[in-house]
Design a protein around this ligand. Structure first.
Ligand code: GLV
Length: 312
């Protein structure tokens, strides 16, 4: 019998594009793009990115759901999501290398004063600033999952002093371990460049706020590549405008696309990018998910399963 797989993303058109990425990887399976007006197709598996809530009311035969990204926050908040349905997220898929590059860019932008030099250029000023040493830029990475752990190690290998903070303790070579709420303040106090790679859960929403960001080194820099809802935007603006923070590189926002007229667009201390720090690579993703479906069908374990109680 043919395996039926429903692909439900933010639009039928995008779902069709994803179907065409999967079809050559598994020609025998039947990939169906979600359309609001179509009835149940009794799919065996779902492949999703921000799917409509009706997916789980209509498709009642699903054996597992595969998320076309690392963060499952949009999926987890759907009320009709069955409690015992296995959810598998995308792992790496070529994204970690992109993340490393993006974060190194942010780090060097901050520590080598590129924002100030760009402003000098626009003003026609030849204005060399004092040298900055890497040891003046201790880096703190929030989130030691598949992405954060690699990012932290790679930044450490460049000669920065790196600490990682996560919910449970970790031991990553070259990365100082901080974990749990009890060690959060100590982690913040040693950090000048703060990189956020946490999953978005009720426990981490608004975790970047006036109180936490205010505990960083003076002149600290924020790189947010996780979710916009981690950050209290007004608090960041206040800390930048009062000179408490040096700047921010932001790839994610509470509302995406970032609305026209939002203060982040024109802020001299903020660099905005359109959620591109790591772009999902279609072929790699299709192969990863199809491999996992084959494993499941053989009754073998797969990696990347979401812990439903923890929410990520
Ligand atoms: C992107 O934001 C992802 O979660 O993969």
């Amino acid at each position: 019998v043919t395996v039926k797989i429903i692909v439900a993303t933010r639009s039928t058109e995008k779902s069709r594009v994803w179907c065409s990425a999967f079809e050559p990887v598994w020609p025998e399976a039947h990939f169906i793009a979600w359309a609001d007006e179509q009835g149940a197709v009794d799919a065996d598996y779902a492949i999703v990115w921000g799917p409509p809530a009706e997916l789980f009311q209509r498709e009642l035969q699903l054996k597992a759901v595969f998320n076309l990204g690392s963060g499952v926050d949009a999926l987890m908040k759907l009320p009709a999501l069955p409690d015992n349905l296995p959810i598998v997220r995308l792992e790496d898929g070529g994204m970690v290398e992109q993340m490393v590059e993006y974060i190194v860019h942010g780090l060097v932008r901050a520590s080598r004063e590129f924002t100030a030099y760009e402003a000098s250029q626009r003003a026609g000023h030849w204005n060399p600033l004092p040298p900055i040493r890497r040891d003046e830029w201790p880096v703190g990475v929030m989130g030691m999952g598949t992405i954060g752990a690699v990012v932290a190690q790679r930044i450490a290998s460049l000669g920065y002093s790196v600490a990682g903070w996560s919910r449970s303790p970790h031991s990553i070579p070259g990365v100082r371990n901080y974990s749990g709420p009890g060690q959060f303040s100590a982690f913040l106090a040693r950090t000048r460049a703060l990189v956020n790679l946490l999953p978005l859960t009720p426990a981490t929403e608004n975790i970047l706020n006036r109180d936490t960001l205010g505990q960083l080194h003076p002149d600290a820099y924020l790189i947010n590549v996780a979710r916009g809802r981690h950050l209290v935007e007004a608090d960041l603006l206040d800390l930048l405008d009062s000179g408490r923070l040096k700047g921010a590189l932001l790839d994610v926002f509470r509302t995406e696309p970032l609305p026209a007229g939002h203060p982040f667009w024109q802020h001299p201390k903020i660099t905005v990018t359109p959620h591109i720090s790591a772009i999902t690579l279609a072929r790699n993703t299709a192969e990863q998910i199809v491999n996992k479906i084959h494993l499941m069908r053989r009754g073998q374990p797969v990696t990347g399963l979401i812990d439903r109680a923890a929410g990520y």
